[in-house]
Design a protein around this ligand. Structure first.
Ligand code: FAD
Length: 472
């Protein structure tokens, strides 16, 4: 077994938690080793998550826009899809980004080991390298960033027709009938892409609504479109059994009243959530602790109960989002560098890249109500926005949740095209402790969708140019 010198920092996992941490630490002058099972950094986000899913959604969006353009006199003829080309384009996007990350890593002189790491003790890792050799890595500090894995349904059979998100992103074919199990963001995004590509998509969800983490008024425009785009939306319905053979998948379900139904599909996508990836890491050789849900317990600097070991990203708790992982990774590096940084964001944006997009940041209205806060909610309808009208979007919404007494911005929710881009301003506003007046008094360019944030802020102050009779 090979043995290396003691390295200052080893990062286990090269996803959006791990690789920015490794790069930042190298920029701060640390000697850094990064370990990942893939050939280059990027993690789930790049290879099996954010990037390939958004590539498919972009293609699906272009298809839908081309069809919708008939309304203003543009016709491209019937849209058609070459699945093999779409697949290889999506792969080229991933490869280009992976190559770029590899170059950035080399330029920073971060040592990369491709392999599977396991703790031998609280200051030693054993890496089963991809070339077959085992290497012992001794470290002063470690950042654990091994991410998450799709949660499995215990009764789901092992079959290529029963896919998780990784299988769905592989885009083997466009199934004639596809069932999504789970109405969260991963299922809705991928389901909408498959529906655009020609699948008849159904969704089954145990809860009474889709996208349960977001406020219902933000989800409503998406739900209305899905009603038209999907074959069936089965809420308050539980999957009881799944059987698969070479040609199809049979699914037995029961609704709230216990009424059972059995349907057959060409493929099923199980998207019932993600779980932290802590298996077989040798954590029992350390003092690292897990909570009841399996997440690594950390303090506000993301230090575990083992002082030399930090944990960031999906493994360290919800929300399981790439940008939250990156933020935590940088805090952990600063803590290792001896700085007093802590992880205390006021707002973490969440974006569903569906059509229309849904984005929110800070508190949702439900969360604010759940905390018993005295709030005011201003809702600016996009039907009053010039830009939205040009885009043909009348069902968009920008809503501002403020503290009733001070006007301080507590949360913002947006639904409509570009919501994911628009939400950045609101996250900054919350981080800066802005009040509604700050947003209202900031000049926003015309005609842009950004003006909807400004006018929602005006509404919360009792006056908005394009809305009559604003009730405060
Ligand atoms: P990961 O990205 O999961 O990376 C962990 C890495 O650790 C992997 O590369 C793995 O190979 C490596 N690893 C694991 N065990 C070991 C070991 N023992 N030794 C060495 N290496 C190991 N988030 C968003 O913010 N926006 C989105 O739009 C979005 N879309 C998504 C779409 C899909 C389909 C999925 C599945 C996820 C999506 N996510 C999205 C979630 C996002 O991918 C994760 O939150 C993010 O990747 C977490 O980053 P991480 O660094 O914690 O770990």
């Amino acid at each position: 077994m090979g043995d290396t010198e003691i390295c200052e920092l080893v990062v286990i996992g090269g996803g959006p938690g791990g690789y920015p941490a490794a790069f930042y630490a190298a920029d701060l002058g640390m000697d850094v080793t990064l370990v990942d099972m893939e050939a280059a950094p990027g993690g789930v986000c790049l290879y099996r998550g954010c990037i390939p899913s958004k590539a498919l959604l972009h293609a699906a969006g272009v298809m839908r826009e081309a069809q919708a353009a008939e309304a203003f006199g543009l016709s491209f003829g019937a849209t058609s899809l070459d699945v093999a080309r779409l697949r290889s384009w999506k792969q080229s996007v991933v490869s280009k980004l992976a190559e770029g990350l590899g170059q950035l890593m080399k330029a920073r002189k971060v040592r990369f080991i491709q392999g599977r790491a396991r703790f031998a003790d609280a200051s030693t890792l054993v890496v089963a390298r991809s070339d077959g050799a085992d290497e012992r890595v001794r470290f002063k500090s470690a950042i654990l960033a091994t991410g998450g894995v799709p949660t499995r349904l215990p009764f789901a059979p092992d079959s290529p027709r029963v896919m998780d998100s990784t299988g769905a992103l592989a885009l083997e074919d466009i199934p004639a009938r596809l069932l999504l199990i789970g109405g969260g963001y991963i299922g809705m995004e991928l389901g909408q892409a498959y529906a655009a590509f020609g699948s008849k998509v159904s969704v089954v969800e145990m809860l009474p609504e889709l996208m349960a983490g977001a406020d219902p008024d933000l989800v409503q425009p998406l739900a209305a479109r899905l009603k038209q785009q999907f074959e069936a939306i089965l809420l308050e319905t539980r999957v009881l059994a799944i059987e698969a053979n070479d040609r199809q998948v049979t699914v037995r379900m029961a609704d709230r009243a216990g009424q059972e139904r059995t349907e057959t599909y060409d493929r099923v996508l199980v998207s019932v959530g993600r779980s932290p990836n802590t298996r077989d890491l040798g954590l029992e050789q350390t003092r690292v602790q897990l909570d009841r849900s399996g997440f690594v317990v950390t303090d506000e600097q993301r230090r575990t109960a083992e002082p030399a070991i930090f944990a960031v990203g999906d493994i360290a708790g919800p929300p399981m989002l790439a940008h939250k992982a990156t933020f935590e990774g940088k805090i952990a590096v600063e803590a290792i560098a001896g700085r007093k940084s802590v992880c205390a964001p006021q707002a973490i944006p969440a974006v569903v890249f569906s059509q229309p997009e849904i984005a929110w940041t800070g508190l949702t209205e439900r969360e604010a109500a759940g905390q018993g806060l005295a709030i005011a909610v201003a809702k600016y309808p996009w039907a009053a926005s010039g830009r939205a009208t040009i885009l043909g979007v009348s069902d968009g919404l920008t809503k501002l949740i403020t503290a009733k007494d001070s006007g301080r911005v507590l949360g913002v929710g947006i639904t409509g095209p570009g919501a994911g881009e628009l939400i950045a301003e609101s996250t900054l506003a919350i981080e800066m402790g802005a009040v509604a007046e700050d947003l209202a008094q900031t000049i926003h360019a015309h005609p842009t969708l950004g003006e909807t944030v400004m006018e929602a802020a005006e509404m919360s102050m009792g006056y908005a140019t394009h809305v009559i009779k604003v009730s405060k």
